[in-house]
Design a protein around this ligand. Sequence first.
Ligand SMILES: [Zn+2]
Length: 267
Amino acid sequence: MPAGRFAPSPTGRLHAGSLLTATAAWLHARQRNHTFWLRIDDIDPLRDDPESKASFAPVLAAHGLCWDGDIQFQSRRTDLYRDALGRLQTFVCACSRKLIAERGGVHGQDCQSAPGTHATRLTPCWADCYTDGCRGDQAMTWLDAPVLWRRDNQPAYHLACAVDEIELGITSVIRGDDLLEATSIHRTLIQQLGTTPPEYAHLAVLRNPEGQKLSKQNMATPIDPAAWYANLCAALGHLIPGHTPEGATAEAILDNALHHFRLDPLK
Ligand SMILES: [Zn+2]
């Protein structure tokens, strides 16, 4: 069954940019009768905010953005990531950032024997070209040994994300273009694990009046679920220029928007 997903990290509350991405991914999946997963990318226990994590489901539900099946939590899937790591072309590395910088980014034969804890990195390779649903043709990219398993013995985001796209049968990934560069890594990992990568479409990230990207890290205003109507109208106005939302409930407004949404290049 083809599937889409919305996969927030619980490093802060959802903001207008999160809602935009969630709405686009939801509309894209529902238009095609695809499964729609809610996946919580809580891979980093040090940055995990329990209150934010608990807020995602009620905030999305208040906006009519319902998902299929159980909510998926990356923190419960570590064994899958460890298994996948063993099937990838990797090397163990104890290089510090300082040492890597001194060597111009090149890892030497003595990588493993450097003092300190070790990370596991992807063996450097080329990522092939692909066409993004919003950003168009993307060139081949040299992947310079991204970390897949961190030196604090946690799976890295890139590995967890790639494994989950496979395990959940994700066929379309719609997300903010702050993750565009990561996509070559994700596609390569998925290919090395023997699966065809999903289609990707990266939406332009919303910015605040000062021109900064809206993000949980720079304290973007959290979404108020009580203001669901205004929030949904703003998201749909951005995604479907000229569209007038119609309906008395969030579900009715989204149903109507299904007839008008299109994922156009450079949106
Ligand atoms: Zn190294």
